[in-house]
Design a binder for this molecule. Structure first.
Ligand SMILES: Cc1cc2nc3c(=O)[nH]c(=O)nc-3n(C[C@H](O)[C@H](O)[C@H](O)COP(=O)(O)OP(=O)(O)OC[C@H]3O[C@@H](n4cnc5c(N)ncnc54)[C@H](O)[C@@H]3O)c2cc1C
Length: 481
């Protein structure tokens, strides 16, 4: 094989890409991993840096360890936390999610994933700008782009794995097809900002800063359609961020007569955190201190494969629809995509049917809960602060909320709850809506339990998913204030 033809080309050396390449090479394939970044800046998402909240649950790291043997420690695991705590707008209710986890030093973590790929025999091509897939006979047969001298280049592959993140230039340029969507609805995307600071403390208040927990502030005025976060890092370093839905922000601005944007909301959020005397921007290696980027918070694309093509991570809208946590699914997907790509190459069938196993594997390992979680996100975005305060206090126990965050659907012991709700008559509608949302989650979970075993029944199945999500979106409109 020459340098312009591979079994597997992995485009994008972020969280999902490096692992996909490592696993494909481990499976015996000849693999090229390429990225616009120089090797020393591997995984950098944009010119802003490795923009991320950096939080990941231990369970995901355990999964990588079990599949690759790689172990992690300080410095890539920058700081350990007991979990993620979601706090109501009035600060009176708290739900703890996700179990033990870590705040990563992303630049170091991603360098370690690349090291694993190279150790497994992967070629790494830096400073390569991916522009489009090569399409031949309705198959993806490679990629085109610009090499480090800005010269047009074509690289051929039996399978292309798209790990380019949310702004992928590959998925968007696939041929029109009923399997892999080329466009993601803007209402399903959170615009996010992330600031890294060194904090000087004024006083302790676990509602605003907790070295043992990653805090999430639900507040529709502060972060319309999303949430704010304060994640502790090593020493007094802190990762502060905010995610918003554009539509919710517009509605909130109009109702309040304001002209806020993500940047002004971020600045206001950092200033309102009373526990800090001062916040000084810091850089994490070459990671910039302030940055903005986007996260899709819908169910992952229904099919992750096309002829000669697979996708993993943000390119396939994999982040958790409620928490926007995308590191875990990107790591899981990278591992499964790489392994299944190598298997398809060795079986001599890289058609959509030959690659379909990856759809099933990802659905089993992670994907089948995300459509349900999207329903819950849409429901949450329809609630104002008053209802969120009331609901977190009265509607759900902590265990029920945790169960929902894992994509399960608790029995809500309706009779008992209705008695409670009747005390606050104005919230009966919101509670009825919660019951409806949980039922829709159940319906979607059962649709995903019957994920098509091969492409032949996929279109009808995808129609069922679309029908449910459309119904939920019709019922719940963003209503932040
Ligand atoms: C502000 C913010 C906070 C977040 N917080 C968290 C959190 O706390 N926990 C969590 O789990 N998730 C979080 N996420 C989501 C998480 O960061 C992503 O889900 C994760 O990075 C996805 O990894 P990926 O490999 O799919 O894509 P990416 O990390 O985006 O990697 C894509 C790679 O492709 C390269 N690339 C892109 N386009 C091209 C091109 N045309 N040519 C060549 N190379 C290209 C990029 O340089 C990059 O290396 C957050 C996201 C944001 C924006």
């Amino acid at each position: 094989m020459d340098k312009t033809s591979y079994d597997v080309v992995v485009a994008g050396a972020g969280m999902s890409g490096s692992l996909a390449a490592a696993m494909a090479a481990k499976g015996g394939a000849k693999v090229l991993l390429l990225d616009r970044n120089e090797k020393r800046e591997v995984g950098k998402k944009t010119n802003w840096g490795w923009v991320c909240g950096d939080a990941v649950a231990s369970a995901h790291l355990d999964f990588i360890n079990s599949m690759t043997g790689i172990t992690f420690d300080f410095p890539e695991l920058d700081h350990k936390v007991d979990g993620v705590v979601a706090i109501s707008p009035d600060l009176k209710s708290r739900f703890r999610f996700d179990g033990q986890g870590y705040l990563l030093n992303r630049p170091i973590f991603e360098a370690k994933l690349l090291e694993l790929a190279i150790k497994n025999g992967v070629d790494y091509l830096q400073k390569f700008e991916v522009e489009a897939p090569i399409i031949e006979n309705n198959f993806v047969a490679g990629i085109t782009g610009k090499d480090e001298k800005a010269q047009h280049a074509e690289i051929r592959a039996k399978v292309v794995i798209d790990a380019l993140g949310i702004a992928t230039t590959l998925r968007r340029k696939l041929p029109e097809n009923p399997y892999v969507d080329r466009v993601v609805d803007i209402d399903d995307v959170e615009s996010t900002g992330r600031f890294l600071y060194e904090a000087e403390m004024d006083h302790e208040d676990l509602n605003y800063y907790d070295t043992k927990n990653a805090l999430i502030h639900l507040n529709q005025e502060l972060a319309p359609g999303g949430y704010g976060w304060v994640f502790p890092k090593k020493g007094r370093k802190v990762n502060i961020g905010l995610g918003i839905q554009k539509r919710s922000l517009d509605i909130r601005n109009e109702k309040l007569g304001r002209k806020d944007n993500l940047h002004s909301l971020m600045e206001a959020y950092a200033k309102m955190l009373p526990v800090f005397k001062s916040l000084t921007p810091v850089e994490e290696g070459p990671n910039g201190s302030k940055g903005y980027w986007s996260v899709a918070v819908r169910h992952q694309l229904e099919s992750l494969v096309f002829n000669g093509y697979m996708g993993a991570g943000d390119s396939m809208a994999m982040p958790n629809p409620i928490s926007a946590g995308g590191i875990g699914p990107a790591l899981v997907a990278g591992i499964l995509a790489g392994r299944d790509a190598a298997e398809a190459v060795s079986n001599g069938d890289v058609s959509m049917a030959g690659l379909w196993k990856y759809n099933l594997d990802f659905n089993d390992s992670y994907g089948k809960k995300t459509a349900g979680l999207e329903v819950f996100r849409i429901y949450l975005q329809s609630l104002n602060n008053e209802v969120i305060n009331y609901g977190m206090k009265n509607f759900l126990s902590s265990n029920e909320a945790i169960s929902i965050s894992y994509g399960n659907t608790p029995e809500l012991s309706l009779a008992a709850k209705f008695k409670m709700v009747l005390k606050g008559a104005t919230n009966i509608g919101a509670f009825t809506n919660l019951v409806y949302a949980v039922n829709e989650m159940k319906k979607l979970n059962s649709i995903y339990d019957k994920y098509p075993k091969d492409p032949s029944t996929f279109k009808a199945w995808k129609g069922l998913v679309a029908e449910e999500i459309t119904e939920v979106k019709e019922r719940f409109k963003p209503n932040p204030i």
